[in-house]
Write a protein that binds this ligand. Structure first.
Ligand SMILES: [Zn+2]
Length: 279
């Protein structure tokens, strides 16, 4: 079994309200040793930190405001955001960025909220967990204004093709890949781009409860994605890159530990076998 880290799962989401502990246990049984809980609003980020305190050996949090919710972030929230960023359970600022696909918040508001979070991440020396959809040019232009944070940032759920990838890599970004890669209808550009991601810039994520991989066999009766399906993403990423799953598992886990600044400590079980614990 591969030892994996899910760098983006929305475990504070209400769809996990009834069975979070089981979801975490199933993930660990599938080899997902650690998970990073995505914060997408201020309340949600505080919830992510609280969840980490319940499972300190398994979970860490990101703290930020998703571009969909940009209008909810006011300049006066900066002290609260800074406080959440300083929490020992927090490993990155985000998710933050730009999403012009549906423009749930107006683009100008998205840019304002993103700029605020870029500046804050820089001040607090935190890595960044980024979101971008249909906003590639503006997104990169803003990152280029913050070269110090861009080289400590991961663009989560990358879905674009080779041209966009090359620009993101040149800006210094790491790349997070989800089950989007398993989507035969819309994953083609991503599959073609995957071999171009350097070994030391690649990480894996489920983005659960979203993006249930379409290659899961047999197909689950439900639509909810959860971290135990990360090995399905691993297999497809390895296939597209022409690497063995073992190799991709080892390098993505090492990348996540280095990027987020934690280690996985092996702990022997009395009953035999080992588990991994975040330290
Ligand atoms: Zn996202």
């Amino acid at each position: 079994m591969h030892v994996l880290i899910d760098i983006g799962v929305n475990l504070a989401h209400e769809s996990f309200a009834e069975d979070r502990a089981e979801v975490i246990a199933r993930a660990r049984a599938a080899g997902v040793a650690a998970m990073i809980v995505t914060g997408s609003t201020l309340a949600d980020s505080a919830g992510a930190i609280a969840l980490c305190r319940e499972f300190p050996g398994v979970l860490r949090a990101t703290v930020g405001v998703h571009p969909h919710h940009a209008t909810t972030l006011q300049a006066g929230d900066a002290p609260l955001l800074a406080e959440l960023l300083a929490d020992p359970m927090t490993v990155a600022a985000g998710e933050c960025g730009l999403d012009y696909y549906r423009n749930y918040s107006p683009p100008a508001e998205q840019r304002r909220a993103f700029e605020l979070q870029l500046a804050l991440a820089g001040q607090h020396g935190r890595p960044l967990f980024l979101h971008q959809r249909e906003a590639h040019a503006d997104f990169l232009a803003m990152l280029r204004e913050h070269p110090g944070v861009a080289t400590r940032a991961v663009l989560h759920c990358f879905t674009d093709g080779v041209a966009e990838l090359e620009e993101c890599l040149a800006a210094g970004l790491c790349i997070g890949v989800t089950g989007w890669v398993c989507d035969e209808r819309r994953g083609g550009a991503l599959r073609a781009a995957l071999p171009r991601i350097p070994d030391d810039r690649l990480m894996l994520e489920t983005d659960g409860p979203y993006l249930l991989p379409r290659t899961i066999q047999p197909k689950p009766a439900h639509r909810r994605n959860e971290p135990m399906y990360l090995p399905v993403v691993l297999d497809e990423v390895a296939r597209c890159r022409g690497q063995a799953p073992t190799e991709v598992a080892a390098l993505t886990t090492a990348n996540a530990c280095r990027f987020f600044g934690f280690t996985l400590r092996e702990q022997a079980l009395a009953a035999g076998g080992v588990i991994y614990v975040l330290a």
